[in-house]
Design a protein around this ligand. Structure first.
Ligand code: ATP
Length: 608
């Protein structure tokens, strides 16, 4: 495909009116199936926190009772009770973890599965717009953030709030004056936390997006490592990576400073209040208005509430991270999919492939640019092979992508065997049309799996036939033959080998309609001639559109269509066009020299 000079894609920016709670509530769909586990975990954590709050009361009882009355016999049962409370607290917090560990792993897996399935369903235009690193970071680090949120911050936001409420009531009950002194700082704290929440969620979103950008740069440099090394551009790419990493680092530092500011207030204010309560309590004890035991119980309760209050900082920070991660997840999940026609498929008739007034422009094309395809009219008769030629960037690959509806036309209609492709269910359409692209993408799977991707139900005979057509017999010499893993993107194979496997994948299902985008470009002259010979038999039984850059590929076709200025300029046999279409003559002579071509044609024609 020709280079795209559209501006680089940007991830969506968060809407200014977003609400953290609303974003997090959307996770309910996934959390619902495990609600009872979550409830049990919250109850376990609440009981553990209850045990923590009972400890000060027992301490108060010890001070005013056995210690005050020098009664050591009465001391031991209370010490035993303290021990039991400690054990109960530890056991219950442990139980909370056990209860949610597996269910939450299931939630994370379900979210990731849905995200992956959605990415598969979304149109190619979506993937053109979204950098891969942004999708990668959503499927990995964002999922992890969300699972962690459901495991800890969510539970502790509920438990710690209730513990704070319970502790406050207890402090007020023990002594209302000391209680008020200790609780007054809660008012400025609430205001400060609200302000923090707004600033921090914006920073969290920025960091997550920058993380995605970093993943994109990393992925590109890993996939393009050969180019980088061979052009000695590692330093340039490393600089680019460092710049992106620096941006992320700056945002992370900004987040840390925000959190540090909040923490200073969250830790500082209660300490001041506790100091004031201690001083006031001492005066009250001195005036016999308060027992020492009650003061000990009060202060122990206040100290037990330090964790719920201090944890507020990271709980808020984490909740914000989780809510922006949820936004990023739903940014993808909410993207509209292509409407899937449900009309029952009829049998195709003998009309072949017909394009009527087909127009197309890429969604991100500059507004002032004309449509790339501006009214294509073309009829490929049933059983016919049509070559498509045109200058580079004229839209040949784009036109081929319209047949399997990788992109939807912006005007006009395309029919396959008389059926409008816009009305065919995509699964049926993609059964009818098989495609081999110029860039032969393979997957990290075995040779067999890669080829059978074109027709999973094809038997061993069909597989062998397809490999023979594509002159891909080399696979039998690979260490494990058809079961050899081809490595990430088929990197362990040569360009020509990959191209032959991609061609085998396209023809293995004996498709009714075949679209080949310059399928022989990476082959040596000898292999090309052999593939052409075998391909001719396949093409005889199918209706095909073949993008051709070279005269040798043109020779596979019955007729040739010339694409220029977004329209079909001329259609005819190779010879007719050579005789009557100057643009075609120019295109062909630009490739290999007209004399060579004509010689070639004569030789091949006599060989047929
Ligand atoms: N995904 C895309 N988004 C936006 N513009 C695109 C996209 N893909 C291609 N283009 C633009 O569309 C035009 C036609 O590209 P296309 O790949 O269809 O040309 P082509 O005729 O197949 O070229 P070549 O012969 O070099 O393979 C080019 O200007 C290209 O920049």
């Amino acid at each position: 495909m020709a280079e795209n000079d559209a501006p680089p894609p940007q991830p969506p920016t968060p809407e200014p009116t977003r609400s953290t709670v609303r974003s997090l509530l959307r996770l309910w769909t996934y959390a619902r199936p495990i609600r009872w586990y979550m409830t049990a975990a919250i109850i376990a954590a609440l009981l553990a926190s209850g045990a923590v709050l009972v400890v000060p009361l027992v301490l108060g009882r010890i001070v005013d009772g056995p210690i005050g009355h020098h009664d050591s016999a009465a001391l031991w049962p209370l010490v035993g009770l303290l021990l039991l409370l400690g054990l109960a607290e530890a056991g219950l917090f442990g139980l909370r973890r056990v209860l949610v560990a597996r269910p939450l792993a299931r939630v994370e897996a379900a979210m990731r599965r849905d995200l992956y399935a959605k990415l598969q369903r979304l149109p190619v235009a979506f993937h053109d717009r979204w950098p891969s690193g942004q999708l990668l970071s959503r499927a990995t680090s964002d999922m992890y953030t969300l699972r962690l949120f459901l495991a800890f911050p969510l539970v502790f936001l509920i438990v710690n709030s209730l513990m704070f409420l319970g502790g406050s009531v207890l402090m007020l009950a023990l002594d209302w004056r000391l209680g008020l002194i200790t609780l007054v700082p809660a008012i400025p704290l609430v205001l400060i936390c609200t302000r923090f929440e707004t600033g921090y969620s914006a920073a969290a979103r920025t960091a997550q997006d920058q993380n995605g950008d970093l993943a994109t740069v990393l992925e590109e440099s890993v996939l393009g490592i050969r180019i980088l090394k061979s052009f000695g551009r590692q330093r340039t790419m490393a600089r680019h990576f460092r710049e992106q990493a620096d941006l992320l680092r700056t945002t992370e530092i900004r987040k840390s400073f925000m959190l540090a500011d909040l923490w200073a207030v969250i830790v500082g204010l209660p300490e001041l209040a506790l100091g004031a309560a201690l001083a006031t309590g001492a005066v009250l004890v001195a005036h016999d208005e308060l027992s020492v035991g009650t003061l000990v119980a009060f202060l122990s309760t206040a100290l037990a509430l330090r964790w719920p209050v201090e944890s507020l900082g990271w709980l808020l920070a984490y909740s914000n991270e989780a809510s922006t991660a949820a936004d990023r997840f739903f940014d993808v999940m909410d993207t509209p999919e292509e409407p899937e026609p449900t009309a029952a498929a009829h049998r195709t008739d003998g009309d072949g492939i017909r394009l009527r007034d087909v127009r197309f422009r890429y969604p991100d094309a500059p507004a002032d640019s004309p449509d790339l395809l501006r009214g294509i009219d073309l009829h490929i008769r049933r059983g016919e092979t049509m070559a498509l030629v045109g200058a580079t960037g004229s839209g040949k690959t784009t036109l081929t992508a319209l047949l399997p509806r990788l992109y939807d036309t912006t005007g006009g209609t395309i029919t396959l065997g008389g059926q409008d492709i816009a009305r065919l269910p995509l699964s049926r359409l993609r059964e009818l049309v098989a495609v081999a692209f110029e860039d032969p993408t393979l997957f990290s799977a075995t040779v067999r799996e890669n080829v059978l991707m074109g027709a999973p139900e094809a038997g061993p005979a069909a597989l062998e036939r397809a490999l023979a057509t594509a002159q891909a017999g080399f696979v039998h010499q690979l260490p494990q033959g058809l079961d050899t893993e081809v490595g990430e993107q088929g990197q362990s194979l040569s360009g020509g080998q990959r191209q032959r496997l991609a061609l085998a994948r396209a023809v293995v299902g004996d498709p009714e309609f075949l679209v080949l985008d310059d399928p022989l470009s990476a082959l040596d002259v000898h292999t090309e001639a052999l593939v052409e010979q075998a391909l001719r038999e396949v093409l005889a039984g199918t209706t095909a559109l073949v993008v051709a850059h070279r005269p040798s590929t043109v020779l596979l076709a019955d007729r040739v269509a010339v694409l220029a200025e977004g329209r079909i300029l001329a259609v005819g046999t190779h010879q007719e066009l050579l005789d009557g279409c100057p643009a075609y003559r120019e295109l062909m002579s630009g490739e290999s020299g007209l004399d060579d071509l004509e010689k070639n044609v004569l030789e091949r024609s006599s060989a047929r």
